[in-house]
Write a protein of this length. Structure first.
Length: 115
């Protein structure tokens, strides 16, 4: 069964750090670019970062220099290290991939940054 399961969301103060993780089923992880998106209440879901199978990363301008995406191909996981968190980073964070022309999402994990 195709699955993406996120974890690591929490309430943190401004300037704090969190590490999100996404465990993927092997059939959709291998050979596919993995991504993190986020959605704040009343707003659209936006790209945060992506990482290719070879480790090439791409970031939204708003998180460059603060967030780092990584993947462990042996464990079928993708992580998002988030530093210097700001209130504008408050959102539900979703793991994402595309496999065989279908788009897959996890259930999301909530990140709340208090000012």
């Amino acid at each position: 069964q195709v699955q993406l399961v996120e974890s690591g969301g929490d309430l943190v103060q401004t300037g704090g750090s969190l590490r999100l993780s996404c465990a993927a089923s092997r059939d959709i992880f291998s050979g596919n670019t993995m991504g993190w998106y986020r959605q704040a209440p009343g707003k659209q879901r936006d790209l945060v970062a992506t990482i290719t199978t070879t480790g090439r990363a791409n970031y939204a301008d708003s998180v460059k220099g603060r967030f780092t995406i990584s993947r462990d191909n042996a464990k079928n996981t993708v992580s998002l290290q988030m530093n210097n968190l700001q209130p504008d980073d408050t959102a539900r964070y979703y793991c994402n991939t595309n496999h065989k022309y279908k788009t897959y999402w996890g259930q999301g994990t909530q990140v709340t940054v208090s000012s």
